[in-house]
Design a binder for this molecule. Sequence first.
Ligand code: DCP
Ligand code: CA
Ligand code: CA
Length: 673
Amino acid sequence: MEGVDKEKVQKVIYEMSKGSKYFENEQRKEAITKQKVEHLRAQRAKLTDNDISHFQKVWSKMFYAGLCLLVANLLICVPYLSPNFCSILIFQVAENKILELEASRDLSKIWLHTDMDAFYAAVEILENPSLKGKPLAVGSMSMIATASYEARKFGVRAAMPGFIGCRLCPDLVFVRPNFERYSYYSELTRKVFQRYDPNFVATSLDEAYLNITKVCIDRGITVEEAATELRSAIHQETGLTCSAGVAPNRMIAKVCSDINKPNGQFVLPNDREAVTTFVSTLPIRKIGGIGKVTEQLLHQVLGISTCQEMLQKAAFLCALFSESSADFFLSVGLGLGGTDTPEHTQRKSMSCERTFRATDDCSLLFEKLDNLAENLADDMQKECLKGRTLTLKLKTASFEVRTRATTTQNYINSKEDILIYARKLLKAELPLSLRLMGLRMSHLRDEKDSSAQTQKTLDIFFRSYDNTNDNGANGPSITNTSGGDNYYTNALTEVNYVEHDAGTVDSTDHQSFFLLEENLFVPEGRNSDRCSIDVSSSNPCICDGLGGKELDEDTSSSKGTDTVKFDGHLTIYNATTSSSKPDQHLWIDDYICSLCGFELPPGFEEERQEHSDFHLAEKLQQEEAVDSTGPLSKDRLAERPCSTTPTSKKLKSSKEVKHIPIDAFFDKLNKNL
Ligand code: DCP
Ligand code: CA
Ligand code: CA
């Protein structure tokens, strides 16, 4: 943001985080990124030698037409075959890929993306006009959910710990979040969306995608008029402003809604040239799904900064990355994105996970596993579902994440059956100190409708099952579905500089926050430590990018054609309302966020982590929101006027939250600087 003293902001953050476990983890992550860069550079240097295997992989998936073209070109290239043989092939493959993707371009739809301006803060100002013009933070000393534009000038940001916000902006005023209010206003916006696209896709309380093709044709209005009208209708209904972006696909529409923010709109015409010109200078980081690490890799290894440069470096992308990742990058380069409204499909899996204070006590670990199995069995039985693939997720004391999966001979859903397999999986990993365990059941069958309706989604399962049988194994096969034992994660890191605390807990990581169950606020209708379903009934799937292409086969596990189940219109993410489950985060089909439907291919671990952090932050904010005795000093805490919204349901209070989750903040901040 203009006017922000970035250097000062970074210095303050550095000073305040130095020495923390978080800091150490950041350094570890940086070292890993460096390694990745070096590895890729080395690969790149070897490209002309022999990368036949990669070439063959791409070759085998090519369309027939592309194949013919390649063969024809190869014949012409015969005299040059020797040292540059492979690079010629790779260039040809890249070119064909681009042609293939280009052929899929759909310019027949008009997508509009809306995003409310400084949403929580704007709602608070609306409710209490005396806050207008002040630097305002919605949140607490532990975590800021959002900041008013006045506060942003000081570098105050979402997902920043409040005490850092105070250091950056001494006059910062805090308001505690009130999620019922935000849901209320969100609902009002959705009533407006309904008028423009009954199948609109809401991706969060303050964002939605609308296919406005029909409304523009039916009413004979231009897309500019539709956007202006919609924004003013929202303002009329809510008193709040929003920004809009219009484009031929959702990926670009989202980028467009940010261009004239706040209270503005940007329309990209539905023509190929407009799109390609637009992406020609667009920084890759603007694209949903390209985060800090991917940005660094692409920049440092291939010198790619803009979307168009993806096309210029297409051959290298094809040679260095998996086919699916290369597809994604090339699509970004072409400005392609999702154009079809996501379809209602079936639930993919059910899962539960639990975070606790790190322990290597086997009996305690098995006890927790027992609880998980019970919760999972309970939920599966309630939904009349049985499954055949059980995955155990573990997070070690040093934050390494492992998953182990097993396929069972029969469909199961009883606690006893689940435990038979879960115990085997866990036993194989011990001894180990763990801070998180989770169980997920996939390849589900609906017992109410036990015809083979889910069968077509099980091909991968059957393949692995067949293999098991081939090996003559009777029991479950144990597979490492994470594609490697460990990758580092920054989701659940520790902070040691928490300012307040009466010393009730010796560990300062926020896992202990979860561990102390009495600290957990359990909104009515929710269970604090229960199984979550990957996708709640209101969670559909959205395709921001390429509509669910399978990416990075190295790390992906179960892939199927099914996505998720939901009712009514496409409300994708509703963090604060009716879910009867806590909002645990998982990647469905290994690429769809279980909470909001956002798609992120495997292999984008850091970006996924950032995304998880966002949800984690929201969850913590919700829990903190009900902490009436929080650490904010009275003078900082804005007086809340009597609510004018019908959101007076009394919230239970929890004990004071004492630990600060700041992980998400740093990435987000870097992005914004
Ligand atoms: N939010 C949150 N935690 C985050 C980021 C956001 O709780 N880490 C909440 C508060 C925001 C709302 O989600 O008000 C919408 O998020 P946006 O990223 O759209 O940010 P804003 O709407 O606040 O501002 P902008 O005007 O930049 O869209
Ligand atoms: Ca938003
Ligand atoms: Ca917003």
